[in-house]
Design a protein around this ligand. Structure first.
Ligand code: SAM
Length: 339
């Protein structure tokens, strides 16, 4: 049954990609994906693809786009749904346990440093439905939080609405979809969280690379982004770092590393343990764009299974003072970040 469904989906995806190939803007990316999906039809052809095609793609890594990055709504939605199902499974939760542990420690440290009862405002850039946020809520039930999830994909907003609904119904969160995002909106969310024991959750459909057009420094306490960088060009990655440094005192970057074992692991899990051709496409193609351990710079720490966490400190953020300098040092040394 699984095999039949998988084969049918692969056929449909390839025929949609053949049509997309006619658009010169997406020709190369469509061809890469067509070859990928043709290879996923059997274990042998996929191993052949891994050995003979993947190393060549690594050399042109900036031009790789995953299926979810292409303007094919149906497959974008399928990928996001697959990602959410996977992340909320016990297996998926284990895979991000290291990210959650680091994040929660940092949130608590920032809270301690602020030393007031104000809610902590966290922004999740490219939140993909918010599974990381929900896991943070579980670990920090008593911390007053405003969680703002931002994603460029309209399909994600739909998925997020469904995924946050159970928490909303249980009365653990207040959930809202924002039509605009600016300083006043963030202030209002902070005020709302001050008057309730619930977490205040807001989602906004927009480009994280435009955030500095709408927000000023000092409104956000912590930003994080997980597994977003492989969707961005080199120039956009640098722009994101710049935006993070201007808007937030600290940004936590979480991502995977390119290594043989990650490719091996993703192939194995998406074929056997969690069979899903969309996750396989996202996992393997994103891995080809990820940095190796040797390419990482700054304050970073390797975490299990094949990932890393990097701290990006803000500049010229209004509440930066001696206390903040000490907190920065504690974060770097106390949490054993190298760099
Ligand atoms: C691989 S998913 C990761 C989702 C989530 N952060 C996680 O770790 O589960 C990457 C997400 O980043 C979003 N994204 C990519 N580029 C973006 C941009 N420029 N602005 C906002 N979101 C973006 C995608 O739509 C996608 O939902």
């Amino acid at each position: 049954m699984i095999v039949t469904k998988r084969a049918r989906e692969i056929r449909e995806i390839i025929s949609d990609l053949e049509l997309l190939k006619l658009d010169p803007k997406y020709r190369e990316a469509a061809e890469i994906n067509i070859r990928f999906f043709k290879a996923t039809r059997s274990v042998f052809s996929f191993i052949h693809w891994l050995i003979s095609v993947a190393p060549k793609l690594r050399k042109i890594r900036e031009s790789i786009l995953e299926l979810a990055d292409l303007p094919l709504k149906k497959w974008q939605r399928k990928t996001h749904e697959g990602l959410i199902r996977y992340q909320s499974s016990r297996f998926g939760r284990r895979m991000v346990a290291a990210f959650i542990k680091e994040l929660c420690q940092i949130i608590l440290k920032i809270k301690e440093m602020k030393n007031n009862d104000e809610p902590t405002v966290v922004f999740d850039l490219g939140f993909g439905g918010g599974e990381l946020g929900r896991q943070v809520f579980k670990k920090l039930p008593d911390v007053s939080l405003v969680y703002v999830g931002i994603d460029i994909s309209p399909a994600i907003m739909e998925t997020a609405r469904q995924a946050f609904q159970p928490l909303h119904e249980k009365g653990e969160i207040v959930f809202q979809e924002l039509s605009i995002l600016n300083d006043e909106v963030v202030d209002a969310l902070r005020r709302e969280a001050s008057g309730t024991s619930k977490k205040v959750v807001a989602v906004w459909c927009g480009n994280i690379l435009d955030l500095d057009k709408y927000l000023s420094a000092g409104k956000i306490d912590i930003m994080w982004h997980a597994r977003v960088l492989h969707h961005l060009t080199l120039a956009d990655k640098a722009r994101l770092v710049d935006i993070c440094r201007r808007l937030s005192p600290i940004t936590v970057e979480m991502d995977d590393r390119n290594c043989f074992w990650f490719k091996f692991w993703t192939t194995l899990t998406t074929w056997l343990i969690y069979p899903d051709v969309f996750l396989m496409n996202g996992g393997i193609l994103s891995c080809l764009r990820d940095p190796t351990k040797e390419e990482l710079t700054g304050h970073f720490k390797l975490v299990l299974p094949f990932s890393y966490v990097r701290l990006i400190f803000g500049r010229n953020i209004c509440f930066q003072d001696e206390k903040w300098e000490t907190a920065m040092k504690t974060l770097v040394r106390g949490f054993a970040f190298g760099g």
